[in-house]
Design a protein around this ligand. Structure first.
Ligand code: UD1
Length: 352
């Protein structure tokens, strides 16, 4: 069976690490296509190196652009790649423009599509990621949700018969990396009761007033804040004349995956708008405060391990809340999701 994985953005490289590893020594011939949506070395290359992901067979080098331009360029380029490789299945990951482009290209060429991390919903129709998730799920032939909640969303949308719950592949990688960094920590340049923060969502970065409020609130927190600044945040802050490094905030470039995990693991709390970090904080048992009105990872909200704080005036109170005493639950799987992904793909192929 030939499977083409299409990835392009940082969180997809993490998911690919688990899947590529799970496909080793199986009956699957795995072809990796990188759209090039993320091209900065610290958002892409270092992930391939650190997580020992095989080099992509194809790199489309698409880069940045408006949603239409970026997605359209990927679509056109992927048509050629899929036609050349004639896959038994195209595997798409998560909710980025690379996900949607690959799903649409494959479905139009009549190649079966499997969607990993299917069924997540924020129910916020202003988010580009929500458009990408919903459209991809409805185009796909095999849906691989990480959780029961995600599966239930698919059932409600009439897609339950295509869905197989596999668990969360990011959990596989997070657990392995946690154990490695505990054994071999590096000097991160910050210590004590610091907080780890990332802000990159369009709804938080692209409006100058909103971004200024968020950055001022981070700078006013009582603890030091390691702000791992995504290029989008750095670009918008510069454009709007917002100084990032002030008050409590210490700016870092985006870190490689193991260092990001070590940074979170050593911190008193995480403050973010990222989906991945909310879940990783939960898995690492670090309290998280999320600067958004909703989350797709609703399981993290139980026992206040994660608290939504869309109003930045409430941020200090939310961040300084006591650490939850209830243990976290293993709702994201046991660290062996990639194996179930491989089994689901092979079963799907046997039945088609
Ligand atoms: C994308 C995903 C988002 C995911 C995030 C992870 C979409 C719609 N969004 O958002 O779901 O959480 O990746 O990081 O696909 N840039 C660089 N270098 C790069 C990549 C981007 O400088 O290597 C800058 C550019 O100014 C670019 C901006 O970041 O215009 C936004 O990049 P883009 O890939 O469009 O979306 P992300 O914000 O990274």
């Amino acid at each position: 069976m030939r499977v083409i994985s299409v990835v392009g953005a940082r969180p997809q490289f993490v998911k690919l690490a688990a899947v590529a590893n799970g496909m080793k020594d199986t009956a699957i011939e795995h072809v990796i296509v990188d759209t090039g949506q993320h091209y900065d070395s610290n958002l892409s290359e270092v992930f391939f190196d650190d997580l020992q992901i095989p080099k992509p067979d194809v790199n489309l080098g698409i880069g940045s652009g408006s949603h239409g331009v970026q997605t359209g360029a990927m679509l056109a380029a992927l048509d050629e790649v899929f036609t050349k490789y004639s896959p038994d299945c195209v595997l798409v990951y998560g909710d980025t423009n690379s996900t949607l482009a690959a799903a649409v290209s494959a479905v139009k060429l009549h190649f079966p599509v499997a969607h990993l991390e299917a069924g997540l919903r924020s129910f916020n129709r202003a988010m580009p990621e929500e458009h990408n998730r919903v459209l991809t799920d409805h185009a796909a032939d095999l849906l691989l949700p990480p959780t029961q909640v995600a599966h239930d969303h698919l059932v409600r949308e009439g897609l339950g018969h295509r869905s197989v719950i596999v668990g969360d592949v990011m959990t596989d990688v997070c657990y392995l990396t946690r154990d490695n960094v505990k054994a071999n920590p590096v000097d991160l340049g910050i210590s004590g009761a610091y907080l780890t923060s990332t802000i990159h969502r369009a709804e938080n970065t692209d409006d100058p007033i909103r971004l200024k409020e968020i950055i001022s609130a981070l700078q006013a927190l009582p603890n030091p804040v390691a702000l791992l600044a995504h290029p989008r945040l750095q670009a918008r802050a510069k454009e709007f004349g917002i100084e990032l490094e002030k008050g409590s905030v210490q700016v870092f470039d985006p870190l490689p995956y193991p260092q990001t995990i070590q940074m979170m693991l050593g911190s008193a709390g995480v403050v973010t708008d990222s989906g991945g970090l909310q879940k990783e904080a939960y898995l690492l048992e670090v309290p998280c405060t999320t600067i958004r009105t909703e989350t797709e990872w609703v399981e993290t909200l139980v026992d206040s391990w994660n608290v939504l704080s869309p109003e930045v005036k409430d941020l200090t109170n939310a961040v300084m809340r006591p650490k939850p005493s209830a243990p976290t639950k293993s709702v994201y799987g046991d660290g062996a999701a990639a194996k179930r992904v491989v089994d689901a793909l092979l079963n799907f192929s046997a039945q088609s």
